[in-house]
Design a binder for this molecule. Structure first.
Ligand SMILES: *[C@@H]1O[C@H](CO)[C@@H](O)[C@H](O)[C@H]1NC(C)=O
Length: 574
């Protein structure tokens, strides 16, 4: 672990942002090798197959290290450190285009304790992961026989590496040499390396990890088509209803204007015009409301940018680069948060703008860090490699205070000065109008719950793919579809909220459905078990759902407030 300098000031902020950018090791940086040049096999993690996030250092199991001198390693990027990548040198002697005949590289002195460790690992279907030239390799630790009494360890790693010119393009691992685990014996670990010429292009070498039969384009297109139909239906419905009532009301309002004042005073206002004195009333909790809107806008910006970056660049080819990119983009888009949160707060007549800025800036980071902190305790207890190193925690705190906060301040100041004036089309009455009695299905709670159904319906198929790529071993790569789904989600959310006027909460209730879906997914689609994995799953699913809810809420609010402003600008209200 490299010590992280943390000196307050702009220099530190810049350095931290640089730290976020992915960098590669010098020796593997080029991905080109000369004949007989050393190729490093990195051992990463080992863990139960069904619990993807529960990983431990490879050498936490009593495996032995090859004789070659070790190469020191540190976490390259923040993303890697946060995702629990723990590369350690295997000690295997591998040279480019140099075949190795089957050879023993070390011996395990199997005492009772080590045997128990292996038996536990085999019982829990442990498998391990390695990297060679950044290509991941998976192997299984061992096997139990049918009646579950005898346990066997795979002791022979047969590596077949494909090369194209001076680059490594393919690698296959076959585990052989099943040896029964008997206490107080010696187990010899062996390996062999075979180099094969391959036609795979270097750029395409990650293609074999993608799973087109899982991410069936047909299903995606079907779901997009479905949602798209829903969008057309919704937009049609909304515009039809609104056009009708609005046009009728507009006609009547303009007719009334021609009447003299006497007549007008007799007739009461009706329709949406009668609430003109209340629609632009500031929310009852402007501080938290504007912070939520600001954060939601930022989350939306981050999602948009990250998806676009992921569409252009194959982020999955580099360990942890997705997370690093997301953190970088999050830090860089802080002014968005400040701008929308700060200006809304100013328009609503809030005075404590510094407090609002702090709340807005730290709402999401506090939520994520709080969950991470809680899960970290369990990870430390389990000695899992997910336990976040102290230096990384310091780095994250530094990013919050020296990057996110100042950028947020810039955004807040801009927002307050550029669009902080309350310029509502009509005056707000001093006394709030009493809200009339409603039928049960018009109660806000019911409307809020119903509001999330359609947006959730438009995204849940994509949710399945996203969940599976995160909680199981699939690499998500169809970011084009994700983009389409995000666009559809926006349109559906805005349509739904325009009809209802309860904009923030009814859009945010999508998150409740997503979180409920995650329970279904946990129990029916995965085989996770254990305290660590379960709390990791539900903790981060809660964070994900909340973030999604805040984003949808902000989208709904923005869309509806633009719409409401538009219709009230078009009528004269005295
Ligand atoms: C690895 O396995 C795949 C599938 O069996 C095969 O097509 C490929 O040629 C193998 N690569 C090497 C280097 O042996």
């Amino acid at each position: 672990m490299r010590p992280l300098p943390c000196v307050p000031g702009v220099a530190a902020a810049a350095a931290l942002l640089l730290l976020l950018l992915p960098r590669a090791r010098a020796d593997e940086h080029e991905h080109t090798y000369q004949d007989k040049e050393e190729v490093v096999l990195w051992m990463n993690t080992v863990g139960p197959y069904h619990n993807r996030q529960e990983t431990y250092k490879y050498f936490s199991l009593p495996f032995c290290v090859g004789s070659k001198k070790s190469i020191s390693h540190y976490h390259e990027t923040l993303g890697e450190a946060l995702q629990g990548v723990e590369l350690e040198f295997s000690g295997l002697d591998i040279k480019f285009k140099d075949d190795v005949m089957p050879a023993t590289y070390c011996e395990i002195d199997l005492d009772k304790e080590k045997r128990d460790a292996f038996v536990y690992a085999i019982k829990n279907h442990y498998w391990y992961q390695m990297y060679i030239d950044d290509l991941p390799i998976w192997g299984i630790v061992g096997e139990a026989d049918e009646n579950g009494e005898d346990y066997y360890l795979w002791t022979y790693k047969k590596l077949e590496i494909g090369f194209n010119g001076n680059r490594i393009v393919d690698v296959n691992l076959t585990s052989e040499g099943k040896v029964k685990l008997v206490p107080n014996t010696k187990i010899q670990m062996s390996y062999s390396v075979k180099w094969k010429k391959s036609d795979v292009k270097f750029e395409d070498r990650f293609d074999k990890y993608l799973d087109p039969s899982f991410f069936q384009h047909r299903i995606h297109w079907f779901s997009i088509f479905n949602s798209f139909m829903m969008v057309i239906f919704l937009v049609g419905l909304v515009s039809m209803i609104l056009m009708r009532t609005l046009r009728k009301d507009y006609a009547r309002y303009s007719k009334e204007e021609e009447m003299d004042d006497m007549d007008r005073d007799l007739g009461d206002e009706y329709g949406w015009k009668q609430v003109h004195g209340d629609v632009f009333r500031p929310s009852s909790h402007p501080l938290i409301f504007s912070s939520l809107i600001g954060s939601g806008c930022q989350i939306f910006a981050v999602s948009l940018i990250v998806i676009i970056v992921a569409m252009i660049e194959d982020l999955y080819t580099e360990r942890g680069s997705m997370l690093s990119t997301a953190i970088f983009v999050y830090a860089a888009t802080s002014p968005v948060n400040g701008y929308f949160g700060g200006s809304l707060y100013a328009r609503q007549g809030g005075r404590r703008w510094i407090k609002q800025m702090f709340i807005g800036a730290f709402l999401i980071p506090a939520m994520v860090c709080g969950t991470a902190f809680f899960i970290n305790f369990i990870a430390i207890y389990y000695h899992a490699s997910r336990a976040i190193p102290f230096g990384t925690m310091v780095a994250v705190c530094c990013i919050c205070f020296f990057v996110i906060l100042p950028l947020n301040l810039v955004g807040t100041i801009l927002g307050r000065n550029l669009s902080g004036q309350p310029n509502f089309p009509c005056r707000v009455n001093a006394v709030p109008r009493p809200i009339p009695e409603k039928k049960w299905f018009m109660e806000p709670a019911v409307i809020v719950c119903l509001g999330g159904i359609l947006p959730f319906g438009s995204i849940f198929i994509e949710m399945y793919f996203i969940f599976t790529s995160f909680w199981a071993y699939k690499i998500y790569y169809v970011y084009g579809f994700m983009m389409l789904v995000l666009v559809i989600l926006c349109i559906v959310t805005v349509c739904v909220t325009i009809v209802q006027w309860t904009s923030f909460l009814s859009a945010a209730s999508t998150a409740i459905y997503v979180y409920m879906y995650s329970f279904y997914y946990y129990f029916f689609k995965t085989k996770m078990y254990g305290l660590f994995q379960t709390s990791f799953y539900f903790g981060y699913m809660a964070v994900f759902s909340t973030a999604l809810g805040i984003m949808c809420g902000a989208i709904g609010y923005m869309g509806t407030s633009a719409f409401v402003r538009k219709i009230y600008t078009n009528v004269k209200i005295d």
